[in-house]
Design a protein around this ligand. Structure first.
Ligand SMILES: Nc1ncnc2c1ncn2[C@@H]1O[C@H](COP(=O)(O)OP(=O)(O)OP(=O)(O)O)[C@@H](O)[C@H]1O
Ligand SMILES: [Mg+2]
Length: 250
């Protein structure tokens, strides 16, 4: 069954047409990776899925219900099913790690302080971090911050996790560790995941299916094998990371 369905999504900012008819379905439990160049609208697409941006045209269904047509109250309730790992770690610099993770828990749920402490500890352990609750974000490395971002998502016990460029800015080893963590989270919590990346190694490690966003549309989707063997020249150029080919820089 489709968990998320995006139908003919359009969004412009002023004259700039960013999304020009995006169609995409994500099945329950699947990890779907969206690839695409810088500035092609990947983050804009992601923000539509969590209701932060309304489309000019088109619709988004979660569990068969349109989140575009929902009231604010209904949307807020639906959003409890989602966790969003922002581009960059996006931690609150003035809050320690415990409070960074507790923030979403306090916002959406009614846990006691003891329950919050347990959830914070368990979530951090799931991403391989121990005894960092009292540290400030500035005391952690980039890779550790990304892990805290993942822990913050897991803590919400979501059905759907959206990751916006989870490996960008990390060295190749740390990047692979984060990719493996995403796989572990997917299996352990049986979540549906949408991951935005332009790190092809990561995409091939984590994806059940991959879709490429180009000039405002998903131009092709397929399994890792299908994408690796694509005859689409735009996709081929992107995977190979070559500056020579049909991809236009705008
Ligand atoms: N709130 C906004 N107002 C105006 N323009 C916006 C807004 N948000 C995004 N854009 C524009 O939409 C385009 C797509 O931006 P987006 O952040 O989705 O790109 P991206 O694919 O995520 O790129 P990157 O890989 O660099 O993160 C950009 O040209 C950006 O300037
Ligand atoms: Mg982005």
């Amino acid at each position: 069954m489709n968990h998320i369905e995006i139908v003919n999504l359009h969004k412009s900012f002023g004259e700039k047409k960013v999304l020009r008819g995006v169609n995409l379905t994500v099945k329950r439990g699947e990890t779907f990776v969206v690839i695409g160049g810088s500035g092609t609208g990947k983050s804009v697409l992601m923000k539509h899925i969590v209701g932060l941006i309304k489309p000019d045209k088109g619709d988004i269904f979660v569990d068969g219900e349109s989140i575009v047509k929902m009231s604010k109250k209904e949307l807020l309730k639906k959003m409890r099913k989602f966790a969003y790992v922002f581009q960059g770690a996006a931690l609150f610099d003035s809050l320690n790690i415990r409070e960074n993770i507790a923030f979403g828990l306090r916002r959406f749920f009614d846990y006691s302080e003891d329950e919050i402490s347990n959830i914070v500890r368990e979530s951090l352990e799931s991403v391989g971090l121990f005894d960092v609750e009292q540290k400030m974000p500035s005391e952690l490395s980039g890779g550790m911050k990304k892990r805290v971002g993942l822990a913050r998502a897991i803590a919400l016990k979501p059905e759907i996790i959206l990751y916006d460029e989870p490996t960008t800015g990390l060295d190749p080893v740390m990047s692979d560790a984060i990719s493996r963590l995403i796989n572990q989270i997917s299996e352990k919590y049986r979540v549906t995941s949408i991951v935005i990346t332009h790190d092809m190694k990561s995409a091939f490690t984590i994806a059940d299916r991959i879709g490429m966003l180009y000039q405002g549309e998903i131009i092709e989707t397929g399994t890792v094998e299908e994408i690796k063997n694509t005859s689409n020249l735009i996709l081929k150029q992107f995977i190979e990371g070559s500056s020579e080919g049909p991809i236009q820089f705008i």
